[in-house]
Each structure stands twice: as structure tokens, then as C-alpha cells.
Design a protein. Structure first.
Lengths: 656, 173
């Protein structure tokens, strides 16, 4: 039987690539965050030790696991457990991983991160039990439960080797004592001391699931963009291909027309993940339509929003996903060249994308006659140089052309007249990373996630005063509260939440009373914020909204390119007014004046930066006007006290 | 390219050959100016005026255009930095967690302001928008090495560390 061109191309692509790893292995999470926490040293240590002891354990690197709060992370596959992830691994723990886990097959207390792929059925004997008391930070009963369960097992079956381990993180919060049974990952919550006996008897010795304790909620996260982050070695093309990279490319360019690809993306309902949410399929079609000798696709990796690291994590964790997305975009719009526009502040991301392009070119996935299809396409990197305004499409194009990044009035849109006057399609990192999955699995599969006009999943970087700052990917329509409390464990030190800021300097604050709003493009706009690129800043009761508004506005004033007056002058004048208020010298008329300036900037600014710069101000005025009023009425003495409280990280009452 | 500008007559030959190399490498590519400037800054830590003059002469791009680009983008530096760099991240996550206090502590300990260099040209202090390590906030970057979850009380140690390393080097010499 003759195989189809797709199968032939795939076979050629996969030739000589080893299957997915089996047996023992160690993997270290080496993204910027991990490296900052010491992952590089760990990586070298494991390599050296495994070589010296004549162990054949391969030591690999992975991208971000997403759990930024417990960096550095090490994943170990050995013994009778599923792969075990260790967090906050220091030198001492690394030594223990080698001696205890690899040699003796025992897990290490206080470092294990429980898996999120929780099971519902016990199929086989339990090999280890993870326990953690999640009710509150203080009054931790984990140790007590650990020894109680141990004693109970010992009392019933003294020769049972099963180990009871204190976990570092369970991914479930405020649910009392949480227990996870390995290897099936059956998870029990709200376990009380009186449940221990039956748990040991029925589940551990009897292999029977206890239904009333079982945690059977599906995990809130759905990993599409991050599907390979933390799984593959981001510096290895073989590893990426073994995990499904470039399947979509093979499928598209051997059997689908560019129009088919555009239709698939349209059916998926994918919208630009950079912030504005323009439908991606439509954008591709608009770029495909004009006749031109050359067309371009650009990956916008100039992640300028402070407090956001989604794009960095994707580029560092799975650069081939983004590159493949760029290749597919190029195929769909008929481009001959693609550019990555990456921030120079992300040296590791630049390095890994450079490697990815190089590897792909050598494997015939870039350059002339890709995968024998007769289609030519190449990719290159251009570095950003620290200008927030270059996230704006027209400014980004100017920057790639080697000029200062001033935005141009639109139309003409880049899809008609873009880079060097040619039709150009610009997509965000996350958008492009989702494309290969969509082409491989079909648009409908993607559209099954999400809600209404906001389909699919979105990656958020949850940071600020949250207990577990991390990277999450959830279907759109998940509420902010679910993300902050359900996935990230709530507010640090169990303080009250004041609000969550989304969309960076162009977004707004979602106050506590609106946290149950499902996150969609439309809902966020209604609340005076925007989806933005995906930063979520959690603010607690002690944060001062006037101060935060001033912070964002100052950012926009610094970043204004100065081309148009509403943004250049309006922003500066508004900042003066807000600073005046925050010094306690404001008057009620100032608030009216701020509203007037906001209106002028929104309507008259040339580009998105100026048009959205008033958002944080308007949003804080809408939900937290009392804080502005307090400054105006309280005068300088209030302002001074507020400043002291802020510096001490305390509430006003505590500080004074 | 024949008339040699006075400022270029005494140009360090190493600098010159480095720049010519960059230009050669990027010559055929469209929109290369920013990439060339990146390479120059990577080699020297800043973009010297002579480099811009030479670049202008070699590529025919007016000096004003080069300076337009250099001064527009925050990343490019026009003056030499100190030998070591301390960068305070001022992204929102770090800001909320007290980047301002870190900066104030560094400023008072070093006796310089943001974006200045100590008199002995040993340490340069600057702030940056966001280094993308928000999970570890607040963050400072010391000579390209990111240090996370720091407190104002750690700043003295960081400065001490740089000074000690420097003294060691001097002793070895």
C-alpha cells in the first residue's frame, strides 16, 4: 500500500529520532526563572554526579514548568513512581535526590509537587502517599497526619513498605488535609483524623477508592499553548518532533491549501492573544488577499507589559511551537519570510529561538522546498531595544526596518501595507504557539474550550501579592477568582484581596466584587480593563490604588514616543495631577480635570498606547474613588501616613 | 568612504575592525541598523560616539538617523558603564513587592542615583522595566545574573560581594 504524501513527509521528518524516553531520567527546569534560582548549578551537578557514578541516567533540561513560586524544579523518573517533580531544590536536596530517590527509591519530604493529572481509580498497589495540610499556613498539621498514617499502616501491616511523604504543593488549597496516592494519583481532600483508619484499610491495603473523600473535580487548567513546556528539552529539535512538533506543518503543506489552513483557524475562533483580540483567521485572510511580490509574517515577542512572562516562558520552553506557528502563518498568507521580534532583555529566549531556527533550517523545515513541497520560507530574528510602543504593529514594523519605533496612522493596515510596504501579518507568540495544535487537531477541537466569542485557552502570568505566583493556562470563561484562589492558592499571608489588575499599563483593575466574572475579551472591556497579553497582578488590602495608578501612568508617560500631543502632553499633565493628589495637595476639581484629560487621550491619540493609557486611571477612579477622595480630604498628613504604611507593607491602621 | 573625520583618526584599531566586521555581517540584510547597534553594544557595553561616526561613514546612514534610533530606544547606552552593573527590576510585580525600597537602599549605600555610576566607575545602578522573572519578585540583576526574592537588607551583601570580588582580582594581579 502506498502511503500518502503526509505520511511520507512525517516519516522523513521522524527518521532516526529516538522514541520518547523511558527508564530512569532526571530533568531540570531551565527557564530564566529557574536559572535565576540556581537551576544551572543543579543541572551541572546532576550531570557530573551521574557521569562519575557510571550511572546511565540521562540528565535533561526542560522549559518552564509554570510553577514559578517553587523554582528551581527537578523532575525525576525512577523507581516505582510516576515522574516526580521536586520544587525548591537546593544543593542538599539534590544530593538527597540522588541517594534517596535514585538509589533507595524513597521520596523526599517537603519538596514533592503533587501531579495535577489526578486519577479516579486505583489500579495497582499504592507505592507512596503524599500528604499536605492545606487549611492554613500556620497551625500546619501535615507532620501529625504523616506520622498518624504511618502508625496506622504499621499497626495493620508492619512489613508494608509504602512511604508517607510530606508534599510541598498539592495544587489544591483550603481543602483541609489533602492526600495523594501514587502512582495512580487518586486524591483525597478534607481528610479528618477519623478517616485515617478506613483510608489505610480500604485504599492502601485494600486498593479501593473511597468516594466521599475523592477529589473528582477536573483540573481547571487545560494546556494547549503550554502543551510541551516542561516536557521537552527546548534546545532539542528531536525531542520536540518526538512530542508531535511539525506534524501540523507536514499535514498542511502536503495536503491542505492555504485557504484550508485559514478556514481551520477561523473555525477555531482563535483571537489575537497579544491583547486586542482580533480574529486570527480573518487577519490571515486579509493579508492573503492583496497581490504582492513579497509578503511577511512577524511574531511579536516584544513582551513589554511589566509583570508578564507568558511569552518568555513559551519561547524558552517550546520555541519550536512558535516557529511552527510562524511557518504555518507564512504558508497561509503566502509569505516568503518571517521575523521574530524579540525583546533584547530576554537573552535566553533569543538564544533558544536562534537555535530552533538553525535546527529547523538544517532539517529542511525552513529554507527552500520545505519538506519537499516546493514552498520556500525562511525566518530570522530582530531584536527589540526596550520600547513599549513597539508592541504597536506599525511601530514594530518601523523598528524591524531599523528606524525609531513611531506608530503610523492606520489605515493603511499592515495587512495591506506593512513591512517595507508589503502585506504583513503580525501575530503574538501565544497565538502562534496555539496554531500548530489547531491545525493538527482541527478548529472545532479548539473551539470546544472557552465560551461565547472567546474560544480556546489563554495563558496568564499570575503574580503580585498572590501565594503562588505562576503560569496558568485556562479555558477562557474561567473566573478570576478560580484562577487566583483555585489554582494559585489565594492571597499571600491570607490577607484580603483588593483587586486583580489585568492588561498591564493598558488595562484596568478588577475589584473584589467582580472577581466572579468569567474572563472573556468582552467581559474585561465591560469592566474597563482589557485582556492584554495575560499578566494578572494580585493586589491585597494594603495596596494603594492611587499609587498603582501613578505607577502605570508613569510607565506610559516614559514610554510615549512623543509623536502626538494628546499622549505626550495629556499623559504628563495627568501624571502631575495624580502625583499632586498622592502628596495630599489635590482638590476635588482635579478629579474632573483628570476625567477630561482621559477622554481627550482616548479619543485623540494616534495609537493604542495613548488610547489605552488612561485605562488604569479610569478603572481605579471607577472602583476606588474613595481612595482618591481620602487623599484629597485627608491632606498632607494622610498622604504621609499612607506612604509610611505602604513602605512597611502594612495597612493604614496597623502602621499609624 | 574616503574622507576620514578627525574624530576617527585616532580610532582604536580593534574597535574599528570590530565594527567593520559587524557591518560586513549585516550588510546584505534589510533593516540592519538596530541589529548592528546591538552588536556594537554587546561588544563594548555601550555605543561609543566614534562607532556611530564610523557606522555612518561606512553605511551611508546619516549620523542624525543613527542617533535618532540610539536615543529613542532605552536599551542603547551612549556612555560607558561601570565595571559592574546592578539593575533593579521595576516591573509591576516587583514594584508591588517593594522594588522602590530596594532602589532607595542601593542609592543610599552607593551614594548615587538611578542611572548613575559610582565615582570609582566600579558599579552602575539602573532600573529596568521587567526582566520577566515575576515569580521571584522582587528581583535585582547583578552583572547579568538574576537574584530573586531579595529584601532591602540583602543589598549591602550584594555590594560587598562585588567589592570583594574586585579586591580579589586586584590581589591576584
Amino acid at each position: 500500500m502506498k502511503s500518502s504524501p503526509y505520511e511520507q513527509a512525517l516519516q522523513k521528518l521522524r527518521k532516526g529520532i529516538p522514541d520518547k524516553r523511558t527508564g530512569q531520567w532526571i530533568q531540570v527546569g531551565m527557564d530564566s526563572g529557574g536559572i535565576a534560582a540556581g537551576a544551572e548549578r543543579l543541572f551541572r551537578f546532576f550531570q557530573k554526579e551521574c557521569e562519575r557514578n557510571g550511572r546511565n541516567t540521562p540528565v535533561g533540561r526542560a522549559g518552564s514548568y509554570g510553577y514559578a513560586f517553587i523554582d528551581p524544579l527537578v523532575e525525576v523518573n525512577a523507581g516505582k513512581f510516576p515522574p516526580v517533580l521536586y520544587g525548591m531544590v537546593d544543593q542538599k536536596t539534590a544530593v538527597r535526590i540522588l541517594t534517596e530517590h535514585l538509589n533507595e527509591g524513597r521520596l523526599i519530604d517537603d519538596h514533592v509537587v503533587a501531579g495535577r493529572d489526578r486519577g479516579r481509580a486505583l489500579n495497582g498497589p499504592v507505592t507512596a502517599i503524599l500528604v499536605k495540610d492545606t487549611s492554613c499556613e500556620d497551625g500546619d498539621k501535615t507532620k501529625w497526619f504523616q506520622s498518624s498514617i504511618k502508625d496506622e499502616i504499621g499497626g495493620r501491616d508492619p512489613n508494608n513498605p509504602v512511604q508517607v511523604v510530606r508534599a510541598l504543593d498539592m495544587g489544591i488549597y483550603h481543602e483541609g488535609l489533602v492526600v495523594q496516592l501514587l502512582p495512580s494519583r487518586v486524591t483525597y481532600t478534607n481528610v479528618l483524623s477519623r478517616d485515617i483508619a478506613r483510608m489505610v484499610k480500604q485504599s492502601i491495603l485494600g486498593n479501593e477508592v473511597i468516594d466521599d473523600l475523592l477529589w473528582n473535580q477536573p483540573d481547571k487548567q487545560v494546556r494547549i499553548v503550554l502543551r510541551r513546556c516542561g516536557t521537552i528539552d527546548p534546545e532539542s529539535l528531536d525531542d520536540a518532533i518526538a512530542h508531535g512538533a511539525y506534524e501540523a506543518t507536514a499535514r498542511a503543506i502536503t495536503g491542505q491549501s492555504p485557504e484550508d489552513v485559514i478556514e481551520t483557524v477561523k473555525a477555531s475562533g482563535l483571537r489575537g492573544r497579544g491583547g486586542a483580540g482580533f480574529p486570527t483567521g480573518l487577519k490571515w485572510q486579509l493579508t492573503r488577499e492583496p497581490k504582492s511580490d513579497r509578503k511577511f509574517v512577524i511574531c511579536n515577542a516584544d513582551e513589554g507589559d511589566p509583570g508578564a512572562f507568558m511569552d518568555r516562558s513559551v519561547l524558552e520552553g517550546d520555541p519550536h511551537a512558535v516557529l511552527e506557528g510562524l511557518i504555518l502563518a507564512g504558508y497561509a498568507v503566502g509569505a516568503s519570510k518571517g521575523y521574530f521580534y524579540i525583546r533584547a532583555e530576554y537573552p535566553l529566549a533569543v538564544k533558544r529561538v536562534e537555535m530552533a531556527i538553525d535546527q529547523a533550517r538544517r532539517r529542511g523545515l525552513l529554507g527552500k522546498n520545505i519538506l519537499g513541497s516546493g514552498w520556500d520560507f525562511d525566518a530570522a530574528i530582530r531584536l527589540g531595544a526596550g520600547a513599549f510602543v513597539c508592541g504597536e504593529e506599525t511601530a514594530l514594523i518601523a523598528s524591524i526596518e531599523g528606524r525609531r519605533g513611531s506608530p503610523q496612522p492606520r489605515p493603511p493596515y499592515p495587512s495591506v501595507e506593512g513591512l517595507w510596504g508589503k502585506p504583513t501579518c503580525i501575530n503574538n507568540v501565544e497565538t502562534l504557539a496555539a496554531v500548530p495544535w489547531i491545525v493538527a487537531n482541527g478548529g472545532e477541537a479548539y473551539a470546544r474550550h472557552g465560551t461565547g466569542q472567546s474560544k480556546g485557552t489563554k495563558v496568564f502570568a499570575v503574580t503580585g501579592k498572590v501565594r503562588n505566583p505562576q503560569l496558568v493556562e485556562v479555558p477562557l470563561g474561567t473566573t478570576v477568582r478560580e484562577i487566583v484562589y483555585g489554582i494559585c492558592g489565594g492571597v499571600q499571608d491570607d490577607l484580603l484581596i483588593k483587586g486583580v489588575q489585568t492588561g498591564g499599563p493598558s488595562g484596568g483593575i478588577i475589584p473584589e466584587q467582580h472577581l466572579d466574572t468569567p474572563v472573556t475579551y468582552e467581559n474585561l472591556v465591560e469592566l474597563g480593563s482589557i485582556m492584554g497579553s495575560g499578566g494578572m497582578l494580585v493586589m491585597n488590602e494594603n495596596d494603594c490604588m492611587v499609587d498603582v495608578a501613578a505607577f502605570y501612568l508613569k510607565f506610559c508617560v516614559d514610554e510615549s514616543c512623543g509623536k502626538c500631543a494628546p499622549c505626550r502632553i495629556g499623559g504628563y499633565q495627568m501624571l502631575q495631577l495624580i502625583l499632586k493628589i498622592s502628596r495630599g495637595r489635590g482638590s476635588p476639581e482635579d478629579l474632573d480635570q483628570i476625567h477630561r484629560i482621559c477622554h481627550a487621550m482616548r479619543t485623540a491619540s494616534l495609537c493604542g498606547l495613548g488610547q489605552t493609557a488612561p485605562n488604569p486611571i479610569l478603572s481605579s477612579l471607577r472602583f476606588f474613588q474613595d481612595e482618591y477622595v481620602a487623599f484629597i480630604e485627608g491632606g498632607t498628613s494622610y498622604a504621609r501616613k499612607r506612604k509610611q504604611a505602604l513602605a512597611a507593607g502594612k495597612s493604614l491602621k496597623e502602621a499609624v | 568612504m574616503s574622507a576620514v573625520l578627525p574624530a576617527l583618526q585616532n580610532l582604536d584599531p580593534e574597535l574599528r575592525s570590530g565594527i567593520i566586521e559587524c557591518i560586513e555581517h549585516w550588510k546584505d540584510q534589510e533593516g540592519n541598523l538596530i541589529m548592528i547597534l546591538h552588536e556594537i553594544q554587546n561588544r563594548h557595553g555601550f555605543v561609543p560616539r566614534e562607532a556611530s561616526l564610523l557606522l555612518s561613514g561606512e553605511t551611508g546612514v546619516p549620523l542624525a538617523r543613527i542617533y535618532e534610533v540610539l536615543t529613542f530606544y532605552h536599551y542603547f547606552r551612549l556612555v560607558a558603564q561601570g565595571k559592574h552593573n546592578i539593575t533593579v527590576c521595576n516591573g509591576t510585580a516587583c514594584y508591588l513587592k517593594g522594588a522602590g525600597r530596594l532602589l532607595a537602599e542601593l542609592e543610599s549605600r552607593l551614594g548615587i542615583k538611578d542611572n548613575q555610576t559610582t565615582e570609582d566607575r566600579l558599579i552602575h545602578l539602573e532600573t529596568v522595566r521587567c526582566v520577566g522573572c515575576c515569580g521571584l519578585s522582587p528581583v535585582v540583576v547583578v552583572d547579568k545574573k538574576t537574584v530573586g526574592k531579595v529584601f532591602p537588607t540583602d543589598m549591602a551583601g550584594i555590594i560587598e560581594g562585588i567589592r570583594n570580588r574586585e579586591e580579589k582580582e586586584e590581589d591576584e594581579e
